[in-house]
Design a protein around this ligand. Structure first.
Ligand SMILES: NC(=O)c1ccc[n+]([C@@H]2O[C@H](COP(=O)([O-])OP(=O)(O)OC[C@H]3O[C@@H](n4cnc5c(N)ncnc54)[C@H](OP(=O)(O)O)[C@@H]3O)[C@@H](O)[C@H]2O)c1
Length: 296
């Protein structure tokens, strides 16, 4: 573990997506115990209500609220951003210190979203891209702004399918998932490049390792579900990567490093493909086009 100067997060406002289960839920719990104000995002109101109840049960004085959005819909991501901005302003604040893009989906089948995009690409990559774009004005108001996107070791040994990025012609669940986790690293690297070296905001891609959660049981069936059911038991408890995310948030020194990819509270070299500038730029431009925006 890197030694570091710690930033006091009891003053921080943190947005966490995928906050109703697994790593995201444990991250909210950990942050609220340390006194941060957390806005948790969940897929449905019912899931949000249950998660909020569990957080309050374990941390009665938690400063926390939950809001629901289906992140497969770009329209809902925009509505969510507007809601988050108004929640932040209601607290008398004009800043978000950290955005944790944690939500992700796995789908056995090709699922077309509201905007006609592939589900995993929409939830795992485009939603973080668009949410970060929408919230950036508030993140820039923080002295220590961080955008942490939860990637995965599965980004190694894969590449972008430029000719069929939404995998409409040849859909494969695992290949589609791996491509989105590679996109998380390319996005974080390119965001830093575009923000420039003097920016107070830094982006990081986080690798949680193999974690015992239900992610591979939700949009799957048959062999994929069976494999994940076996594999997840070898994974670590979700509170371990959650603590590592909180460590990244608290760490004041990593803001000045060039390390993008972090695992177990240490920087790690991401795949060679993920360090290709041409790939990062190309993905950025495609993401802008699919989200219908021009960023910078
Ligand atoms: N588990 C691992 O071994 C592992 C390894 C590497 C990377 N990761 C990454 O870790 C992150 C967290 O995953 P996890 O393992 O903690 O799994 P998880 O418990 O299934 O958490 C995923 C979260 O994303 C939410 N979500 C899924 N689809 C959504 C949608 N359409 N709209 C809004 N929210 C949606 C889920 O909501 P619900 O609660 O409603 O399902 C859940 O809160 C992901 O980015 C994943 O890729 C996990």
């Amino acid at each position: 573990m890197f030694m570091c100067r710690k930033y006091n997060i009891s003053e921080a406002t943190v947005v966490v997506t995928g906050a109703t289960s697994g790593i995201g839920f444990e991250t909210v719990l950990n942050l609220t115990k340390k006194g941060a104000f957390v806005i948790g995002v969940g897929r449905t109101q019912e899931r949000c209500d249950k998660a909020l109840e569990k957080i309050i049960e374990r941390t009665p004085d938690a400063k926390v609220c939950y809001t629901a959005a289906d992140l497969s819909s770009l329209r809902q991501v925009r509505d969510l951003s507007a809601r988050i901005k108004s929640i932040v302003r209601e607290t008398g604040n004009e800043k978000i210190d950290v955005l944790v893009n944690n939500a992700a989906a796995v789908s056995n089948w090709y699922v077309s979203t509201e905007e006609g995009l592939e589900l995993q690409f929409a939830v795992n990559h485009l939603a973080p891209f668009l949410l970060t774009y929408e919230l950036m004005p508030l993140i820039k108001n923080s002295d220590v702004g961080k955008v942490i996107t939860v990637s995965s070791g599965s980004h190694y040994r894969t590449r972008m399918r430029w000719k069929d990025i939404l995998m409409r012609k040849h859909y494969n669940c695992l290949s589609a998932y791996k491509q989105t986790k590679l996109a998380n690293v390319l996005f974080s690297t390119e965001l830093n490049r575009r923000l420039g070296p003097s920016s107070k905001v830094r982006a990081f891609a986080f690798d949680p390792g193999l974690v015992n959660t239900d992610i591979g049981l939700k949009g799957t069936a048959g062999i994929t579900k069976w494999v994940w059911q076996k594999r997840k038991n070898k994974g670590i408890s979700p509170d371990i990567p959650a603590s590592a995310i909180v460590w990244l948030i608290e760490n004041a020194d990593i803001q000045n490093t060039n390390h993008v990819y972090w695992k177990d509270c240490k920087p790690k070299a991401p795949s060679r493909y993920s360090q290709r500038e041409d790939a990062a730029r190309r993905l950025w431009e495609i993401s802008e086009r699919l989200c219908g925006l021009k960023w910078f």
